[in-house]
Structure formats: C-alpha cells, structure tokens
Design a protein around this ligand. Structure first.
Ligand code: PRX
Length: 663
C-alpha cells in the first residue's frame, strides 16, 4: 500500500508539512552547486547588462554590439549584432575536451541502448545537415519535425540549427490533422518523420499520420522519413525520401555551421491558446540559447560530468530547452527514453536511473502523483541516488512534493519546482537550489533578473508579498522570451501585451508580459502559481485550449453546440469534460459519445481525449450569447455555483447540475 492510500502514512505526511514549511538544501549539495553566491541576483538585476553573463556561456562568431534593444516594444531584441550557431554551441565546441563523452544516452523500449558520444553527434548532425541541404532546405526554411523520442529527433533539430533552418517540432502524439494545421501555419515545405516507434512495447505506424496529413494540408511538402530499425517496418509511400539512404550518400560530409544573427529564429513551437488555432511561438537563437544554458547551469545544476535525465518529451518546450539545447550547450550527458514509465513494469524509470546512475532527474507533478499511486515499493527496489530533482508544468501539491522528496530523493536531494511556459523559453520562477530553502507547493523565488508582479483585472498593481491572488505579469524583458507569434504580430500583441501595458508608449518599461496564470506571492516572497486564468487547460502538464477541443467536437455531425470545462483530477491535475447539445432528432447514445471522443483524437491527438461527454438541453449563456464555461467548471467539480445573474436563463446551470449529480 502506498502512502497515498495508507491513512496513517498520509497523516504523518500532513503532520510533517504542518510542522515544517521549509526544507534546507543538503549541505553536500550546497558544497558542490554551480550557483552558490547570492550576489548572482544583484548582478542580474543590472538590467540589461547582467544578462551578458548568460551570453558569455556561449561561443559567439561575432560578439554583440548592444545587449538589449527595447526601442520597438514589444518586439524586444537581445545581443543585437551578435552572431552564433546553436549546433556549434551544442556539439562542435565540446569536441576538444570531451569528444568521447556520451552526449545522448538513449534507452529504447525494451532495454535497447544507444550511447551517442559528442563525436558521434557531430558526425550524425553534419550528415543530416548535408542531407537536408541536398533536399533543398535553405536558411530560414521552416522544417516540420514529427518525431518521437528517438535519437533522430535531437539530431534533426541540431542539423536544422546548423544550416539556419528553424525547426517546428510537432509532438509525436499529435494527430495527422494537427500536423497538417502546423505545416500550413508555418508555411513549411518539409516534414521529417519516421516509419514508427514503440508505445508500451507495440510498434506504432507513425508514418500513417504523415500520409493523412498530406491529404489535409494546402501545401505539398517533401517528406523525409527515418526508419526506427535498419529497414522500414511500416508501409511507406514511394515518394518519401529515406533518410538512411540520404545519410549514406552524405557519409562523412561536414557542413560549416551557418553563422546566425542572434535575433534569427532558432525554432517555432506551437502551443494552445484561447482561440481554436494554436500559436507558433517563435524563439530567437542567441537570447534563447543563452538563457537555456544559464538556467540549466544555475537551476538544474548541470555539470558536464553529470548524467542528467529530463523525463519529458522533446516534442514540448521542456524537452527543447532542458533535454536538448540547455544540457548539450553545457556539454553534459542527457538521457532519452522512448517508451512509457510503466512498460514493461512500473519500476522502469528507477531501473533506468540505476542502470545509468542518473544524478539529476526532472519530471512532472502528474508523474509524481502516478508514482505515488503505484507505491514506493517500485523505487525502493532499485539502487539510484539523485542529487537534484525538478518538477515542471503544473503546481505540485505539498503531499506529492513530500512523497517525491522522501521516496525518490531519499530526503537527501534538492527539489526545484520551475514555473515557466512555451513562450518564456526557460524557467522564470524557481529557486536557485543552493541559495533558497525549498517550500513544498511553491514555485519559489523569481529566477535572477526576472521581475514578476501581480495586477488585478483592471491592471492595478497589487502590493508585493501581499498574499493576494492576481494576474501574473513579467515587468521586464528577458533574453529567451518569444519574439512573436509566427506570422501574426497582432496576435502576439493582443495575447501577451495588450491587457496590462500602455500600448501607446515607446518606452519598454510601460510594457508588461501577461502570463495568463493566476499567482500569489506570500509574505516570505515565495510565489505560488494558481493555474491558468484563460480558457486553457492543463491536462497532465499538457496545455490544451478549450476552444481547440470545442472546435474538434463541433466537427461531429450530431453535435449542435459544445462547451468544454476542466474537471479536477487527482492524477492528471485536470481533464476535459465536454458538454454537448445534440442536433434535433439525434438520439443520445454511446455511439455519439464515441464519435465525439474520436473527433478529438483525430483533430488533436489521443492525449487530449475527453474524460466525460455530457449531453445537455442547453448551455449556460449570457444575454449576449457567450457561454459561461466557469459555471460548467463549477458543475463538473461539484462546486457551489457562482454568480448566475448575467445569464439569459439563470436556471440552466441548476438543470445541468441536477441532470449530472441528480440532486
Ligand atoms: O499554467 C502554467 C503551467 O503550465 C503553463 C505553461 O504550459 P506550457 O507552455 O505547455 O509549458 C509547460 C512547461 C514549461 C503555465 O502557464 N505551469 C508550468 N510550470 C508550472 C505551472 N504551473 C504551476 N507550477 C509550475 N511549476
């Protein structure tokens, strides 16, 4: 029985949390940490020059003339005039000192293993870069990469970076339609994919998603297809270009890294917003890489000799910044794992941690809750010893934190909870592990140089450390902030800046970045993130727009209208409930429910599957016809209903509640 199920053990955890609000980092950690001098905060407060320390972690072809240009807000520029190449910084520059050190340590589904040294990575990235070029990829062409957790993914990303082609990685779990939408939005003429990969030991024919996406896109992209094994295991279209044969043709070729302007885009990463269409967050080369490297060093405490494992997927921003770019820029060994944590058994993660003697471990609160549910007997059966642990993506409940601390960290590792977003490129609110005490349930202090603040809905600033909840804003620019929404500067301004900035002003200090999250700053200065304030859900640490879900559901013939609300879930944090009005004459049936679930899987992906489909007669709407999702959320969560006076028919929520809960 795990702590979570054992009433006595949970009582002990709760008692301990009541007694102990802060946990000191272990002395042996502090003694060896990268960031041990509190002066780092003052140095980075020298805005903008403090951030030069971050840029100095990289090798530049040409140094910058100006650290920060705020003359055209909110289009801020960093390390202006500087030139560099991200693949050079993550690969070539390490060869002299550690060409034989493992850069990527890949563990396949059933214990298959690949150790890719920095020399191997250099070779493979160069050959892939030559292959991409030979296929016509030019500087600034966007390459869409739809690859799972196999070495081909970071190799392709770094090859793109080498030739100055921004990559747009689409998480492998996204559907064909989601892939097609991103190809169109990024005006991309290349898709890099693979025949298949393994999920719970079964071979998934991933290539089918590209086959279907090609039928849906407006473009005619060239498809480059890797093979998971020596030969393709799936049915592959003759028109696709086999990467393996291309690589043979370009064996031993080298490609001079293209010297990119610091402000040239390194990649796009699509993320959900409050409209039906995902946004392509565009990240710059210099500022992004400098910030990812510096936070990997100071927050994750990565050293070249470490074995570091961020158990996220590279298809999300966490994997970009903290599996690929940050760790490799520092020349460390980064672990990648192909399959799920429960295959072939629930001790898989700890087995890998023991096998590679992992020093630093990075995961999500959803995973921690799952490990907690499975029970501590799994980690206890393996011999591993983490020095440092991280969480990201959602708030972590103090109980889950303490379980992680005790059963995974053996009360002997530091934990940092890192708050950030696809848009921010790197951690913004997080403790520096040797400098601040840990506080379960709190993301901690702002990262050096970062200025968060809270405002009310009218934009009035709340007093510092007041314990009051407000809208989280960031008052000062930082190097890894998104440059814009790809191809849509207006959306960039309206989403992130308009609400809490003086948009008429040319003075950057009048501009504030809106995070879209609610937060509280406690009296001790620690920040706690409350979650999204907009129509974005957080399902198992994955961000999903309610509008995206709704537009998928509305595709089903039988559906007249739909609204999605987040339901709290003990494991995944939140799950989507779909409220549906059917068209006249359509019977409520399990078949219709299945169609609705199927539509979401098809348009977005299986990971977005609704938890419940609820048929209703009406949706709660204001007099102007706007659906009040907040009320549906309250219904889903069995909470007291808030203000219903603005509704056209104030009895609707009560009717729905009665229908669901039967009271
Ligand atoms: O709501 C916040 C939540 O995840 C959102 C960002 O999601 P995404 O862009 O997918 O990036 C996730 C990984 C960086 C935020 O707006 N979030 C992220 N980290 C935390 C968090 N909520 C609470 N605590 C965190 N540490």
């Amino acid at each position: 029985m795990s702590d979570s199920e054992d009433p006595e053990a949970s009582a002990t955890i709760e008692a301990r949390l009541r007694e102990q609000e802060y946990f000191r980092p272990p002395t042996k950690f502090v003694g060896q940490a990268n960031a041990t001098d509190p002066a780092i905060h003052d140095e980075l407060d020298e805005f903008p020059d403090g951030f030069e320390r971050y840029a100095e972690l990289l090798d530049w072809d040409e140094s910058w003339d100006q650290t920060f240009d705020g003359s055209n807000p909110p289009f801020f520029e960093w390390f202006v005039g500087g030139k560099l190449n991200a693949s050079y910084n993550c690969v070539d520059r390490h060869l002299e000192e550690r060409k034989n050190q493992t850069a990527l340590l890949w563990e396949g589904t059933d214990g298959e293993q690949e150790n890719i040294t920095y020399q191997d990575l250099y070779r493979r990235v160069n050959e892939m870069a030559a292959a991409l070029r030979a296929q016509g990829v030019e500087e600034d062409d966007v390459v869409t990469v739809h690859l799972p957790m196999v070495p081909a993914l970071p190799i392709t990303m770094l090859a793109c970076a080498r030739i100055g082609a921004p990559h747009s990685v689409v998480f492998a779990g996204f559907s064909a339609q989601a892939l097609a939408e991103r190809v169109d939005s990024a005006q991309s003429d290349y898709i890099v994919t693979i025949d298949g990969y393994y999920r719970r030991g079964d071979f998934l024919e991933h290539i089918e998603k590209t086959d279907d996406a090609l039928k849906q896109t407006d473009r005619d992209p060239t498809v480059l297809q890797w093979n998971r094994h020596d030969e393709a295991k799936a049915d592959v279209d003759d028109d696709y270009v086999e990467v393996d044969s291309l690589l043979e043709e370009h064996a031993l070729e080298t490609v001079e890294p293209v010297s990119r302007d610091a402000e040239d885009p390194l990649f796009l990463m699509y993320t959900s917003g409050t409209t039906g269409k995902p946004k392509g967050c565009q990240h710059r080369t210099g500022g992004y890489l400098a910030y990812a490297a510096a936070t990997s060093k100071n927050v994750l405490d990565i050293k070249p000799e470490d074995t570091y494992w961020c158990a996220a997927d590279i298809g999300w921003i966490t994997g970009h910044s903290y599996i690929v770019y940050g760790p490799l820029a520092l020349g460390t060994t980064s672990v990648m794992y192909e399959d799920t944590p429960d295959h072939p058994h629930k001790g898989r993660i700890w087995e890998i941690a023991e096998k590679y003697d992992v020093d630093i471990f990075h995961t999500s609160p959803t995973a921690v809750r799952m490990f907690m549910k499975w029970g501590e007997e799994y980690p206890e059966s393996y011999d591993f010893d983490f020095r440092h642990m991280t969480t990201v993506g959602e708030p972590i409940q103090p109980e889950a934190w303490l379980w992680y601390y005790k059963h995974i960290g053996d009360e002997d590792a530091v934990i940092v909870d890192t708050w950030w977003q696809t848009e921010t490129g790197g951690h913004l609110i997080t403790n520096l592990p040797a400098l601040d005490d840990m506080k379960p349930g709190s993301a901690g202090k702002p990262a050096p140089g970062i200025k968060p603040a809270l405002v009310d809905d009218q934009g009035e600033k709340l007093p510092e450390a007041s314990g009051q909840a407000g809208n989280l804003i960031i008052e000062r620019p930082w190097p890894s902030m998104l440059q814009t929404v790809y191809g849509n500067d207006e959306r960039f301004i309206s989403t992130y800046w308009e609400d809490f900035s003086d948009t008429d002003s040319d003075d950057w200090t009048d501009w504030n970045y809106k995070a879209g999250d609610g937060a509280v700053q406690a009296q001790d200065g620690y920040w706690r993130i409350l979650g999204r304030l907009d129509d974005v859900m957080n399902v198992a640490g994955h961000r999903l727009g309610t509008m995206e879900l709704e537009s998928a559901v509305s595709e089903v013939e039988a559906v007249a209208e739909a609204a999605v609300a987040p339901r709290k879930d003990a494991e995944k944090g939140e799950v989507p409930d779909v409220y549906v009005i059917l068209r006249e004459g359509v019977e409520r049936s399990d078949a219709v429910k299945a169609d609705i679930v199927g539509a979401v899987e098809e348009e977005i992906g299986k990971f977005a599957r609704p938890a419940n489909v609820i048929f209703v007669d009406e949706l709660p709407k204001t007099r102007s016809g706007k659906i009040m999702r907040r009320l549906l959320e309250e219904i889903s969560n069995g909470e007291e209903l808030g203000d219903t006076t603005t509704l056209r028919d104030p009895s609707v929520p009560e009717q729905i509640r009665e229908q669901i809960h039967g009271d």
